[in-house]
Every structure is written in structure tokens, then in C-alpha cells.
Design a binder for this molecule. Sequence first.
Ligand code: ATR
Length: 288
Amino acid sequence: MGIMDGEKSTIMTSIDRYAVFGHPIKHSKSPRIHRLFAEQTGQALEYTAVDVPAEQFRTAVAMFFAEGGKGLNCTVPLKELAWNYADHKTERAQLSKAVNTLALQADGSILGDNTDGIGLVTDLLTNHAITLSGIRILILGAGGASRGIIAPILEQSPQTLVIANRTVDKAVKLAAEFHDKGAITGCGFDDLKNRQFDLILNATSASLSGCVPALPAGLLATGGNCYDLAYGNEPTAFVRWGLENHAAKSLDGLGMLVEQAAEAFFIWRGVRPQTRPVIELLNSERQA
Ligand code: ATR
């Protein structure tokens, strides 16, 4: 073994390793965000993006931790698999049936958490001064993205939370799972006629393909806000819907992305990075 090999192994063991697993993963902003956090807080760590198809997930995660990895983010389509993989889970991860953050614990076990919901709520409350308590909130969609945000929203005590979905049955069942946590009901898009909401969140996957569910006119209350959990370099279809419907603010999920990352960073490192400069930087880059 030469000197180079010796140096390489020293470096490999001295820098804590993190990664995001997903499929596809090429366009993930997570490595950028976590490197900015590390730089800002003076934490020495490495964070990479790895393309991991679902069928290779368990092997890839086991290998990552066996080789000294400290923590993982998991994104589409791996969040449910990560939920199954974790040795134990936080309550919010348990409820969302999805895990986006895996963290190696001192005893060698793997903790699963879900920071998506708290990321959304922090973005709304802290970055956009949108208060959730006492207001009427509508979530469009009843898939995994919706499930992950329901409990953190109900913790803010909205007046009502309605889940509307194309497949009505899914919305009704999802709402029923959270009945003991607050005022929540499920329905179809047709049932939204003559109703009004102060905040409409789009958690359908339709926005990515440029579609917005057919929504009745007047659905957004005067002064109300819109938020798309998806984000892109251009305004998403739902962000445009919000603007057309005179939303006070019509936002996309870039802030949520940075906030969920900050929460994961805190779980791993015990240090809270400042999110605002990172959001501002990513925003300025996409406007350029
Ligand atoms: P995710 O994990 O991103 O939530 P998902 O679990 O597949 O993905 O859920 C996708 C959600 O987007 C569902 O609520 C889906 O509605 P259905 O349950 O009726 O399938 C919704 N969705 C997808 N395409 C849509 C469209 N064109 N119009 C309305 N809703 C749509």
C-alpha cells in the first residue's frame, strides 16, 4: 500500500458522509443546499446524490451505512421504502408513512424521520408570514405528498382542513386517518362549489405535467394564498392558477425544499443553518 492509499483512507474516515438517494436524481438541488449549509455553519461533511432504483434500495442503504455513512435523504420513489427500512421512526414519520431522512444513531440503529411537513409549515410561517391558525385550508391531492403535510398543518389549529382529490374515496379515507388530530374532511373537486379557502395547497403530481385540477371559480377567498409543493425554474401551472385567481401570494415549493433540508441537517449535525440566504441564492439563480 502506497502513501496515497493511506492518505485516501484517512480522508474517507475523517469526513462525515451524507447523500440523497432517488430515481431520477440528476437534477436534485439537495447536494447544493447541504454544501451551502455546511459551509455556512463550518461543518466538515460530504454530501452526494446517488441514483438508486427502488429494487436496489435496501442493498444500497445497507452498504452506505456499512461503509461509514452518517445520514441519508430519500426522495421519489424511495420514501415509503425508507419508512420500511428504518429501525425506529419519529411520530411525524410514523403518521406520514414516508421517510425522507435516515440518521445513524449512536447505538448503530437507523432512525427514520420525515421533515417535509415541518419544512412546509416553517416556510409558510417564517418565510412568508402566512399564519395557519384559524384559517380555512384546502389541500389538493390525496397521495404521499398530502399525507406528509397533514399532521404538521393540523398542529397549527386551522379552522378547517379539507382534502380534495380526483379519486374521492382516497381523500375521504386519508382524512379519516387524521380525524383525532383536528378538523379535517375529505371530498372530491365537485364538492368544492360554493366553498372558500384562505390557503390552497397543491399536493397533486399534476402540476409537474402542467395541469391543474378543474376548480370552481371563487374558491380562493379575497386576500388568500396559494402554494404549490412542486417547484421549477418557471412558475408551475398551479402557481399560475393562483396568480390568475388573485392570490395575495402564489408560491412554489422551493422554500419548503430548503426548510426540509435544514431540518434534516439539524437532525444529523445538531446545528440549525440559516435558510434565508440559501433560498435567496437559489431564487436569484433561477430568475437569472
Ligand atoms: P405523491 O407521492 O407525489 O403524492 P401519488 O401518491 O401518486 O404521488 O399521488 C398523486 C396525487 O396527484 C393523487 O392525489 C392523484 O389523484 P388520484 O388519487 O385521483 O390519482 C393526483 N393527480 C395526479 N394527476 C392528476 C390530475 N391530472 N388531476 C388531478 N389530480 C391528479
